[in-house]
Design a protein around this ligand. Structure first.
Ligand SMILES: [Mn+2]
Length: 362
């Protein structure tokens, strides 16, 4: 063949616990199901579009949480692809030396797991080579010891690698200073960074195919590409999964409970699917109970977190009348000499009051 189609993915983290995400267990359970759904979508895409190669750049699963039945399920998915050859370069979470490892099951004939001592070449046909390397342990400090044979410039060479092309100090195979070597390949399918990032026109991260935390804002998907002699073209293919949104809203002191709830609800999109973290800023009416606001908006979202960075709007006159002879009263009097229409002065006043009032509480 003179032309091939491929999909490049990685960092699915199948079997992940998401314990550190801070999300409620019901949401984590949905996300764990979503990860398998993402694999299902990718496998079906390869089958429907008659994709020749599936390149998986590591962290396909979590070795310490994955069960034997999960590994067999993965193998059965791979086995269902009759016309696609699958190449896997294991990463730090699915390392060959992990608690659960690729070595524990037999893989179908269409699957190749890179497990050599060095970066290894598979000659696919008379012009195309696919190279890869599988991690054994948790950390890899440098690329140099992994380099064996050099790619033949007269062939078209694809490298699948799990490592860090962004941070040169990373303990996860830093390759930022190895661009001369990486550029010998026509395409480098990278894994480890969860965001889709193009390090250069031929060194690319597909990112994980779905978002799993508020750190993963924005679209996620896979890279689809075409391989021809000496020529690789790629395109990002977004997948439709839950999105995480981080937003902020400025509250005005004149807004009441219903108005504030409505303002928050307006942010909701994909009501039954997406997750929101909304920070409230500005000055909020002291009579509005934020716990009630949280309850009032919860049904408009699949999951919403309201973070309060607002300042309470105090009734200064009555507060002064009650505290004329103590430090609170003196503070209000002092601050009143400043221009209180100025937002910075007002915030200083409210922050100071908040601190003083809290101190006074038993
Ligand atoms: Mn990784």
């Amino acid at each position: 063949m003179s032309r091939y189609k491929f999909i490049h993915t990685g960092d699915l983290h199948l079997g992940c616990g998401l314990k550190t995400s801070g999300l409620p267990e019901s949401v984590r359970e949905d996300l764990r199901v979503d990860v398998w759904k993402a694999l299902d979508v990718i496998i079906n895409y390869c089958r429907d579009k008659k994709t020749d190669f599936l390149f998986i750049a590591g962290d396909l699963f979590e070795h310490d949480l994955f069960k034997m039945s999960d590994l067999k399920m993965l193998a059965s998915y791979f086995n269902s692809l009759k016309d696609t050859k699958i190449f896997v370069s294991p990463g730090n979470h699915d390392a060959l030396g992990g608690l659960m490892s690729y070595t524990a099951v037999d893989w179908p004939e269409n699957t190749y797991i890179f497990s050599g001592e060095k970066i290894e070449e598979v000659k696919v046909d008379d012009w195309l080579s696919v190279w890869g390397y599988g991690w054994n342990g948790e950390y890899l400090k440098e690329l140099h010891p992994l380099i064996g044979a050099m790619p033949d410039v007269f062939r078209t060479n694809v490298l699948i690698l799990h490592g860090d092309a962004i941070d040169s100090e990373s303990p996860y195979l830093p390759v930022k200073n190895d661009l001369e070597y990486l550029n010998k390949f026509d395409y480098v399918a990278m894994g480890h960074i969860h965001k889709p990032i193009q390090q250069s026109h031929k060194i690319k991260y597909s990112g994980s195919p779905l978002s799993l935390s508020f750190k993963d804002e924005g679209k996620r998907g896979v890279i689809k590409g075409d391989l021809a002699k000496g020529e690789v073209t790629t395109e990002f293919l977004p997948l439709e999964f839950r999105q995480f949104h981080v937003e902020s809203i400025e509250i005005q002191p004149e807004e009441d409970y219903v108005q504030i709830c409505d303002k928050i609800k307006k942010l909701s999109v994909n009501k039954n699917r997406d997750l929101f973290r909304i920070t409230l800023t500005g000055i909020i009416n002291a009579d509005v109970d934020l716990d009630m606001v949280r309850q009032g908006v919860t049904d408009s979202f699949y999951h919403v977190e309201i973070i309060d960075s607002s300042i309470k709007d105090y009734d200064l006159e009555s507060l002064y009348a009650q505290n004329e002879n103590n430090i609170i009263g003196r503070f209000i009097k002092e601050m009143a000499l400043l221009d209180l229409n100025d937002i910075t002065n007002r915030q200083a006043l409210y922050h100071g009051l908040e601190a003083l009032l809290q101190e006074r509480q038993p």
